[in-house]
Write a protein that binds this ligand. Structure first.
Ligand code: NAD
Ligand code: MG
Length: 384
């Protein structure tokens, strides 16, 4: 059997996008037909020169038009985020790797689902905001959504050992981030630099801050609910500082299955791209000849209140995901710009979520409106 898949990598200049290209370099039969980036256009050009995709999308149309693109034989240069949606549905695209960060990734992911594609989903925000619409749409269109998030990739693999009705718990592991052992008082003084230094994972800025606050795990609880049709009561979080066990599934008979590998995103990306096949690739392997401890600790909700927000949104559904996601995106940006403190990230999200006008069955326009309302509310938290 030879692998032959045409992949559109939306967000190829990001951390996931670059790791995906590392996989493509090492695995035969993965052909890159489209790449996209927002601002780092020099890198996007280098990627086009190396991978010779049919399409390159400069998603920020203004930055793209100002940029002096060199001649790229065989590659059509496109401008603006609308083009991402078109690319996601092209007939010669087999897999869309949704690797744009934040709600900016929603329209193109939606378009890929609508076109019935296989989506390798890194952009968890799409499911957090619009999980009910995306899963309904995928059922209608026949689209397949494969997780790229390492935890969900682990759960996806473990779930193959039993039936849906035989699952008792989905246990998501979390490294605990750089502030795992910080006291509440220490958390108040956290700087941007400290929050950007993750102990086990090297990732984009937004998810790195989300990992520090554990909002990332909150978003992943919501993501797990939609990906695996799980009830929120079945999902649990455990702190596992080494990030070697990427998650676990417990079945009704008491058997628990885990997936292990060194902390590196190439493996979950590759698994989604080559699924249902497994092929040799560039990911590091576990070395069990070296002594290694695997620790598990319960999460501390008092010091990491973001987790509770994730379970609340998983339970209430409706418009809550759009509000939490938007409040968090705006709060993370404000924190990085030193406009709010570290502890205000989650405090503001909690207040905005509690104040919002709940809509149980929102349409896409209602979700967008909820998103915009939450961002507006967030601006009240910023120091002038
Ligand atoms: P990143 O910031 O490194 O990259 C984001 C990509 O999106 C870049 O290509 C950027 O150019 C593009 N982009 C940014 N704003 C855009 C906009 N408005 N319109 C179009 N494109 C835009 O982020 P990342 O760490 O690679 O994360 C990408 C997604 O994958 C996120 O949803 C994140 O939660 C998820 N994820 C990341 C990791 C990881 O290890 N980095 C792990 C699991 C899940
Ligand atoms: Mg993850």
């Amino acid at each position: 059997m030879t692998l032959s898949k045409n992949i559109a990598i939306l967000g190829s200049t990001g951390s996931i996008g670059q790791s995906a290209l590392d996989v493509v370099r090492a695995v035969d039969g993965l052909n890159v037909v489209a790449i996209s980036g927002y601002q780092n256009l020099e890198l996007l050009v280098r990627q086009a020169q190396e991978f010779k995709p049919q399409y390159l999308v400069a998603a920020d149309a203004d930055a793209g038009r100002e940029f002096d693109f060199p001649d790229l034989p065989g590659t059509e240069v496109l401008y603006g985020s609308d083009e991402l949606e078109r690319i996601a549905g092209l007939p010669d695209v087999d897999i869309v790797l949704a690797a744009i960060v934040g709600i900016a990734g929603l329209p193109s992911t939606y378009a890929a689902v609508e076109a019935g594609k296989t989506i390798a989903l890194a952009n968890k925000e799409t499911l957090v905001v619009a999980g009910h619409l995306i899963t309904e749409l995928a059922e209608r269109s026949g689209a397949t959504i494969l997780p790229v998030d390492s935890e969900h990739g682990a759960v996806f693999q473990a779930l193959k050992s039993g039936k849906h009705s035989e699952v008792s718990r989905i246990i998501l592991t979390a490294s605990g981030g750089p502030f795992r052992d910080f006291t509440a008082a220490q958390m108040k003084a956290v700087t941007v630099e400290q929050a950007l230094a993750h102990p086990t994972w090297d990732m984009g800025q937004k998810i790195t801050i989300d990992s520090a606050t554990m909002m990332n795990k909150a978003l992943e609880v919501i993501e797990a609910k939609w990906l695996f049709a799980a009830s929120p009561g079945q999902i649990e979080v455990v702190i596992h500082p080494q990030s070697v066990i990427h998650s676990l599934v417990e079945f009704v008979d008491g058997s628990t299955l885990a997936q292990l590998s060194p902390p590196d995103m190439m493996l979950p990306i590759q698994y989604a791209l080559t699924y249902p096949d497994r092929v040799a690739g560039p990911s590091p392997k576990l070395d069990l000849t070296q002594a290694m401890n695997l620790e598990f600790l319960p999460p501390d909700i008092e010091r990491f209140p973001a987790l509770e927000l994730g379970f609340d949104v998983a339970r209430f559904g409706g418009s809550t995901g759009a509000v939490l996601n938007a409040a968090n995106e705006a709060a993370v940006r404000a924190f990085l710009n030193q406009e709010i403190s570290y502890t205000d990230i989650v405090a503001s999200c909690r207040e905005i979520l509690d104040q919002h006008n709940f809509e149980p069955h929102p349409t896409m326009p209602q979700l967008i409106a909820a998103d915009q309302w939450a961002r507006q509310e967030m601006s009240k938290w910023m120091v002038a």
